[in-house]
Design a binder for this molecule. Structure first.
Ligand code: 5GP
Length: 197
């Protein structure tokens, strides 16, 4: 008997400021063979961000051209900037049997769920709304208006949690990373994810 499998698509998502980016960065080196998809965005690069490393930084025109050319699996407008997951990389790697990780907002995750329901959807939840306020306010790159908009959205976003496969409450980073790692390892062991012959 031989065993092979298609790659598994993991989606880490949740309200803004919940710490999903931090969890992703900590999880990647701990689980081997997990490829990170690099998103495209119209947001300006922050200090220390590089084109092709954190994001593909596009103009609005370029982003719209990519939409017209159907280059995205999903795309969404997140706080006045566009963000999207380039299709080609994800599809190619999954077909090669490689696992791929997306870290995207909830609107994007819902679109992926509609077209790729076999993905593993992980909801990162804040321990409490006050905690989310602190985290957003301590990320000093965001303006007060953008913080207010993110907070208003986060309450609604919590209502989408039941559509996901797993929830990880980010009350302690190490604990949240361990849980996310455990989910990835368990999914890789699932017999239903194997092709046996
Ligand atoms: P930031 O600008 O702080 O890097 O990201 C802002 C938000 O956009 C985060 O919630 C992040 O998860 C989300 N995001 C990043 N890339 C994508 C993407 O490709 N698609 C969608 N829908 N959201 C994304």
């Amino acid at each position: 008997m031989y065993m092979t499998r298609k790659g598994i698509l993991f989606i880490i998502s949740g309200p803004s400021g919940v710490g999903k980016g931090t969890i992703k960065k900590a999880v990647l080196p701990r689980v081997g063979d997990l490829l990170e998809s690099i998103s495209a965005t119209t947001r300006k690069p922050r200090i220390n961000e590089e084109h092709g490393r954190e994001y593909f930084f596009l103009t609005e025109e370029e982003f719209k051209t990519w939409i017209q050319q159907d280059k995205f699996i999903e795309w969404a407008n997140v706080y006045s900037n566009m963000y999207g997951t380039p299709r080609e990389f994800v599809i190619k790697k999954l077909e090669q049997g490689k696992d791929v990780l997306l870290e995207i907002d909830i609107q994007g995750a819902l679109q992926v769920k509609a077209t790729m329901p076999e993905g593993v959807f992980i909801f990162i939840a804040p321990p409490a709304i006050e905690d989310l306020v602190d985290r957003l306010c301590n990320r000093d790159q965001d303006s007060p208006e953008s913080i207010a908009a993110r907070l208003a959205a986060s309450e609604k976003e919590m209502s989408y949690m039941p559509l996901y496969d797993y929830v990880v409450v980010n009350d302690d980073l190490e604990d949240a990373v361990t849980k996310t790692e455990a989910i990835i390892i368990a999914e890789r062991c699932k017999i239903s994810n194997l092709n046996m012959g």
